[in-house]
Design a protein around this ligand. Structure first.
Ligand code: NAI
Length: 254
């Protein structure tokens, strides 16, 4: 039975991913702030290291899958927390669990990015600091900028780069690694943006060509496929599941 660790397992897309993978026969080690096999706060270095240690203990040091889904949106308490969870809460877990994945059976890892990643770039100092692994500097820059949408887009762009930059090294370890980039999906995170006085209107206007938001199960189905042996040649890819949003915004870039 494949053993897969899933961050953000208690809600939204992460919970749907757990259900889809359980249905596909996986044993799940869920990681979240509550209601999970591993209770941890991924916004701090100490919390991430505790999560890694607990996953290694519960898996016996061998993992077949890892899904980094935990994330916070633009309504998070600060811009720094957006980077701490969405970027460092992913990069540190990928690094900390790589050895366990390398010992797994046809191992695969996956990061939940976002279509918002396409609104950021590597020349932003905040993004450069994330990619350099300088958490103190990155959080300071994000908090000074004070723009949650830029922090969110930057965190998702940087985490996508981080995953893609691992493609060569992780292939040598035998681990596949992909990114799924959702558009708007009906979850508590999305609902909080809709209800927020600052971001509600922009969130409502962010409508995909298909005319609706996605359901968590529509993301989870793809994740389960990408984690399966049937996806054995898919590695280093960024797959948009966004009702056509990226095609509408950037028809000539892909
Ligand atoms: P959600 O709020 O339903 O679930 C997020 C989960 O992450 C929660 O269970 C939460 O407790 C956990 N989490 C947050 N901060 C944490 C921390 N410090 N330590 C441990 N766990 C923590 O949100 P949703 O929508 O399911 O989000 C999942 C992922 O999908 C996120 O990375 C989000 O950025 C991404 N995403 C969501 C979209 C949407 O429209 N819902 C669109 C594009 C990407």
């Amino acid at each position: 039975m494949p053993v897969t660790a899933v961050t953000g397992s208690a809600s939204g897309i992460g919970a749907a991913v757990c259900a889809a993978l359980r249905a596909a026969g996986h044993r799940i080690i869920g990681i979240d702030r509550a209601n999970a096999e591993v209770i941890a706060d991924l916004s701090s270095h100490a919390g991430r290291q505790a999560a890694i240690a607990s996953v290694l203990e519960q898996s016996g040091g061998v993992l077949d899958g890892l899904i980094c889904c935990a994330g916070v949106g633009v309504t998070a308490p600060s811009c720094g927390i957006i980077l701490a969870v969405n970027y460092f809460g992913v990069s540190e877990l990928l690094d900390g669990l790589a050895d366990a994945l390398a010992k797994g059976e046809q191992p695969a890892a996956l990061v939940i990015g976002s279509v918002a990643s396409t609104y950021a770039s590597a020349d932003q100092p905040m993004v450069a600091a994330m990619l350099a692994g300088d958490e103190g500097q990155a959080l300071e820059l994000a908090n000074a900028l004070g723009q949650p949408q830029a922090a969110y887009a930057g965190s998702k762009y940087a985490v996508t780069c981080n995953a893609r930059q691992k493609a060569v090294a992780w292939a040598k370890l035998g681990i596949r690694l992909n990114v799924v980039a959702p558009g708007a999906v009906e979850t508590p995170l999305h609902q909080a943006s809709l209800e927020d006085a600052r971001f509600g209107q922009a969130t409502r206007q962010f409508v995909a060509p298909l005319g609706r938001a996605g359901h968590p199960e529509e993301i989870a189905t793809l994740v389960a496929f990408l984690q399966s042996p049937q996806a054995g040649f898919i590695h280093g890819s960024v797959v948009f599941v966004d009702g056509g949003m990226d095609a509408m915004a950037r028809p000539t870039r892909f």
